[in-house]
Every structure is written in structure tokens, then in C-alpha cells.
Design a protein around this ligand. Structure first.
Ligand SMILES: Nc1ccn([C@@H]2O[C@H](COP(=O)(O)OP(=O)(O)OP(=O)(O)O)[C@@H](O)[C@H]2O)c(=O)n1
Ligand SMILES: C[C@](O)(CO)[C@H](O)COP(=O)(O)O
Length: 374
């Protein structure tokens, strides 16, 4: 193999906090293991580790990679790796941050291809946001963005050229393109990828998990409620006043469908039930419109970054007939919860005249909800 891959992972990850970021787990694999895996088959892999972590590196990568002790700075870590390479065996080097585990074969391929024509090549993304200068959280001026790029790795080089450039450099370069430019090398820009992020700040890990599709949290909850009939001329069901020869008995407006849905949301959030948030012993909820309860549960879900993916409510009664009102009911539940109407279903069934609903002593309702946190 005439290509060496240098993966620098000797930093302390102070901005990310906690354990050095290369060792943290990302979707069931350490960041560094994921980065190393991305380069398997692309060349001879050299991993640069903090001197105190060489033993750990041997345990994790024995026989798969060559380990080199890093230096005080990124540039010094790269230099240590370059000096360890035999010039007779290697023609090209790709230098990559261990903290960029999301690098794709496409980006690696583009850098390698560009080295056929250029002594140096690196991936980057053109700046798309407007750029300002600022002091103390105040905008002080504008910066043209034409011709500005965000640099990524792997940065690729003809080996003798980058070795000489590093030997000649005074140190302190942010990356190897800076070292190459200082030595007068031409550097080709190839297309980078948004996904090729460098894990730098604490929030970057959740972002990477989301990109890998493993950060999604999906929860389901169910709710069940019953209210007995009493004297009256209407019932409130899923927020709709339905004329009927009887009413429903309850502390609030006895909207059995809305209560079941509210409890389903609380259940998915592991937040108890309506009684916990709106105690029946509290006189202020006497005769209350149940949309207060549902809006509270939906708001709690939003506060916790969940959105309602869908909800399904089933009303169990012989009468009144629900069919003519079902769409209006679903629309009302959608309005209160703030979701699209086609994500809410309201349907009904009789219990074939069996049991308390069959004897028309009351109405029962069941609800299922799915909450998603992306
Ligand atoms: N002395 C150093 C410093 C950094 N790196 C590596 O260079 C890459 C990019 O650096 P950065 O994101 O700055 O990592 P850290 O130096 O670990 O982070 P921080 O600056 O937050 O401490 C990382 O993979 C890091 O491990 C290195 O090998 N040797
Ligand atoms: C090498 C690099 O990742 C290219 O974008 C970057 O320069 C590293 O910068 P940092 O200052 O070490 O975060």
C-alpha cells in the first residue's frame, strides 16, 4: 500500500468536556473506532494517541493500526506520525481528525483522486451563511463570504512534500493545509460534506447521533376513561357538543375521549395522569373544559422536545352515533394539540349491547398516542 492514513486523536477534548471525545461512545461504538473503520482498506492506518492512552489504544486496535504517541499540539501530533513513516514505502498521506467519525467513502475518494493531479488536496464547504464581525454580542461589520470555505479533513498530500513542509514550519498551524501553504504548495479544494462534522462542543454528539439515525426517541402511551350517563341533553366528546337524551357525569365537562387522549400523552411522557396534574379535589376544575387538560399534556410534550406523531381515539357506546361527528372531533383534537389533522383519528364502536356500555350506562374511551423526539 503506498498510502498512509494519519488519524490524530491525541487531544484532550476540553471544549467537549468529560472523557476525551475520541473515546466517547457514539451509537454503540467509540468515536475513534468509528473513524478508524471509515478508513479501513484505504491505506496503512496510523493512529496518534496521547502518550497516556497508548495502552488503551493497543487494547482497542491491536494488530489493526500502528500507534504513535502525540505531542502538545495537533501539528506536533501530525509531525510525530509523519516522522514515523518509511519514505521508501509511502507516496501519499491522508491526515484526518480522529474527532471526525462521520467521514464518508465519497469524501475520502475525492481527496485521493485529486492527489493524482495535485500535490495537496482537502475537502471544504463553501460558506453559505452571511458573515459578520462582532464584539460583545453586537454586530460591528460585514464580511464578504465569496471565496470563503470551511475546511475539513482528510487533507491529502504527496508524502515527501508534506513531510518537508512540516519540518520547515515553525509550529502552531490549525491544520495541514496551513503548513502546506506556508511551504508554497498548491492545494486543491474538493467537495466536503455537512455530515463530516468535527465533534467539538457537547451538543455535537447528539447532532452526530441524530445524523446516524440513532438519537430518535419514540414513545407510545395509552389512555382509558369511563364516564357514566346522567340527566342532560348533550354529551361533550373530543371537544364537540353532541346532542343526546342524556349527559355525562363528571367533575369537569366529562369529555371521556379527550381524557383518554390526555392520559395517553401523559403516559408516553411517564408523567402520571390527569388526576396528578388537575386533582379532582381542587374546586377550580369543577365543570372545566377538558381542552385545558389536553392542551397542558401537549404543551408538556413540546417542552420535552417531543412532537405528536399520531393519535388514535376509540369511543365505545351504543348511542349517540359518533360517525357523523368523527371528522369534526379529530379536527378539534388536532387544533388543541397543534398537530396536522391527518395525524389524529377518532372512531367508535358499540359493545354489541354487552356490559355497561351495551346497557347504555355510560361511555368508555381508549386512546393511543405516539410521541417522537428527533
Ligand atoms: N495535541 C493534539 C491536539 C489535538 N489532536 C487531535 O486533533 C483533532 C482536532 O482537534 P480538536 O478538535 O481541537 O481536538 P482537541 O484538541 O481534543 O479539542 P479541544 O481543543 O477542545 O481540547 C482531534 O482529533 C484531536 O484529538 C491531537 O492529535 N493532538
Ligand atoms: C483540522 C481542522 O479540523 C480543519 O477544519 C481544524 O483546523 C481543527 O481545528 P481546531 O482548532 O483544532 O478545532
Amino acid at each position: 500500500m503506498d498510502t498512509a492514513i494519519i488519524i490524530v486523536a491525541a487531544g484532550r477534548g476540553t471544549r467537549a468536556g468529560g472523557e476525551p471525545k475520541q473515546w466517547r461512545m457514539l451509537a454503540g461504538q467509540s468515536v475513534l473506532a468509528r473513524t478508524v473503520a471509515a478508513f479501513r482498506g484505504a491505506g496503512r492506518i496510523i493512529v496518534v494517541l496521547h502518550p497516556d492512552e497508548i495502552v488503551r489504544g493497543i487494547a482497542e486496535f491491536a494488530g489493526q493500526v500502528t500507534l504513535v504517541a502525540g505531542g502538545e499540539t495537533r501539528a506536533q501530533s501530525v509531525r510525530n506520525a509523519l516522522e514515523s513513516i518509511d519514505q521508501n514505502e509511502i507516496s501519499f498521506v491522508l491526515i484526518h481528525d480522529g474527532a471526525r467519525p462521520m467521514v464518508s467513502p465519497a469524501v475520502i475518494g475525492r481527496v485521493r483522486d485529486a492527489l493524482k493531479k495535485s500535490t495537496a488536496a482537502a475537502p471544504a464547504l463553501a460558506v453559505t451563511d452571511a458573515l459578520w464581525t462582532g464584539v460583545g454580542a453586537k454586530v460591528t461589520g460585514l464580511q464578504r463570504r465569496d471565496g470563503l470555505y470551511r475546511a475539513q479533513t482528510p487533507q491529502g498530500f504527496h508524502f515527501p512534500a508534506i513531510l518537508a513542509a512540516h519540518r520547515a514550519h515553525p509550529g502552531g498551524a490549525a491544520d495541514d493545509v496551513e503548513v502546506a501553504l506556508a511551504a508554497g504548495l498548491d492545494v486543491a479544494i474538493v467537495e466536503g460534506e455537512e455530515e463530516n462534522i468535527k465533534l467539538t462542543w457537547p451538543g455535537d454528539f447528539a447532532r452526530a447521533e441524530r445524523m446516524l439515525g440513532t438519537g430518535m426517541d419514540i414513545r407510545t402511551g395509552n389512555g382509558y376513561d369511563v364516564h357514566a350517563f346522567t340527566d342532560g341533553d348533550h354529551v361533550m366528546l373530543c371537544g364537540i357538543r353532541v346532542p343526546h337524551s342524556r349527559g355525562l357525569l363528571g367533575h369537569s365537562d366529562a369529555d371521556v375521549g379527550m381524557h383518554a387522549l390526555t392520559d395517553a400523552i401523559y403516559g408516553a411522557l411517564a408523567e402520571g395522569d390527569i388526576g396528578r396534574h388537575f386533582p379532582p379535589s381542587d374546586p377550580q376544575w369543577k365543570g372545566a373544559a377538558s381542552q385545558i387538560f389536553l392542551a397542558h399534556a401537549a404543551g408538556l410534550a413540546r417542552e420535552k422536545d417531543y412532537r405528536i406523531s399520531n393519535a388514535d381515539v376509540t369511543l365505545v357506546c351504543e348511542r349517540p352515533k359518533i360517525g357523523p361527528h368523527a371528522i369534526e372531533m379529530a379536527n378539534e383534537l388536532a387544533r388543541i394539540t397543534g398537530v396536522e389533522p391527518d395525524r389524529i383519528s377518532v372512531k367508535a364502536t358499540t359493545s354489541e349491547r354487552l356490559g355497561f356500555t351495551g346497557r347504555e350506562e355510560g361511555i368508555a374511551a381508549l386512546a393511543t398516542v405516539t410521541l417522537v423526539k428527533p
